[in-house]
Design a protein around this ligand. Structure first.
Ligand code: SF4
Ligand code: SF4
Length: 360
């Protein structure tokens, strides 16, 4: 049912317990099935014809954030998200995916985004860089979008935002695996970006950067511009002096490293540079950088809100083991998830809004 390559990874994981303590879903649900080993075992049994792939098994394949914590820890190089994604494709094809997941896919078909809403427009017609906002920021985190665009304006950067920004394919790829519909979204997105003729595209959401940089080349989608994360771009503007900050102390904070920035790109310094420029003294959570515990993703929050809220609370517990009372993030999906479970007396801060309020 899944490819030989995916099955190879599943077969290795089914004998192994080594990363079970790292899975944020397993940690919160306490369910054995939410370990890579159990998911590998299920797919191994199905591939041997010992069990039929059913709705309960499909459900477990969606109880995963595709956060790569297991991949990062695997000394032997196995990658559970490969077989979990393919198992999701099988679930959708066989009409046994959870109803909540199918509803999100239908929303994408109808409106281009998981929320089934008309995406708010932040269109502007600058000539220096293209900003790709992504659907989560556009639909759910207007404040972060506006602060980010204002930072660019303050730095004198002339930025374009597309009127009808196409989906990158990141959401659909998480929901149903890397099927042809996702490749079609990637092609449309590449064409829209290339049509601008701009040589730099700054991407606000690391989930979009990941698919653009990792998967687009495999599908022949060549973005004819440098793709750069929003965090790295703002850090460059700070370093070059185009953004000048005031000298205030806003207290002790820790930065949350979001899954895809941390474990796909190993990008850690820019968010800390932005937090410091915003006036925070930065401390670290024990699970930081590549070992950062996931706080959930927007797509998982949309189809399993209860579990993702628990997972976000788990990330706040990491902060509570430090002296800091403030969590800083620059990722719209992380902001959305963490905002579901802010403990009393603690504060969630969007790095761009904080920086904007500390400019000279
Ligand atoms: S990803 Fe690696 S460590 Fe985790 S279960 Fe598979 S083989 Fe074991
Ligand atoms: S990708 Fe993350 S959520 Fe999924 S099995 Fe691995 S550690 Fe767990």
């Amino acid at each position: 049912m899944i490819s030989q390559n995916a099955l190879h990874h599943a077969e290795k994981c089914r004998f192994c317990f080594m990363c079970r303590h790292l899975c944020p879903v397993q940690l919160q649900t306490g369910r054995e099935i939410n370990t890579p080993r159990a998911k590998g075992l299920v797919l191994s049994m199905v591939s041997k014809g010992a069990e039929a792939y059913d709705q309960a098994m499909a459900q477990t394949m969606y109880e995963c954030l595709l956060c790569d914590a297991c991949v990062n820890d695997c000394a032997t190089g196995y990658q559970p998200p490969i077989y979990i994604r393919e198992a999701r494709t099988e679930a959708v094809v066989n009409d046994i995916a959870p109803a909540e997941v199918m509803a999100l896919i239908e929303n994408i078909e109808a409106t281009g985004n998981i929320y089934g809403m008309e995406k708010p427009s932040f269109a502007q017609n600058g000539e220096e860089i293209l900003v790709y906002l992504g659907e989560v920021a556009s639909c759910k985190e207007e404040g972060m979008v506006k602060s980010f665009l204002q930072l660019l304006q303050k730095a004198g950067v002339s930025a374009k935002v597309l009127e009808n920004e196409p989906a990158s394919g990141a959401m659909l790829g998480d929901l149903m695996g890397y099927v042809d519909e996702v490749v079609q979204q990637a092609k449309a997105c590449t064409a829209a970006i290339n049509q601008t003729g701009l040589k730099t595209v700054v991407v606000l959401d690391s989930y979009d950067v990941q698919i653009m940089k990792q998967k687009y080349p495999e599908w022949g989608c060549e973005i004819q511009a440098d793709v750069i994360t929003a965090t790295a771009y703002i850090a460059q503007l700070l370093e070059s002096g185009k953004l000048q900050v005031a000298n205030v102390n806003r207290g002790l904070a820790a930065c949350h490293d979001d899954d895809r920035l941390a474990r796909t790109f190993y990008e850690f310094a820019p968010i800390r540079a932005i937090a410091k420029a915003a006036g925070f003294e930065v401390t670290e959570m024990f699970n930081k950088e590549r070992l950062a515990k996931s706080c959930g993703s927007a797509v998982a929050l949309a189809y399993m809100p209860k579990i993702v809220t628990q997972i976000a609370a788990g990330r706040w517990e990491d902060l509570m083991r430090t002296e800091a009372k403030i969590m800083v993030t620059a990722n719209p999906q992380a902001y959305l998830c963490l905002s579901q479970a802010i403990p009393e007396g603690y504060q969630l801060v969007d790095a761009y809004t904080a920086l904007l309020s500390n400019l000279k």
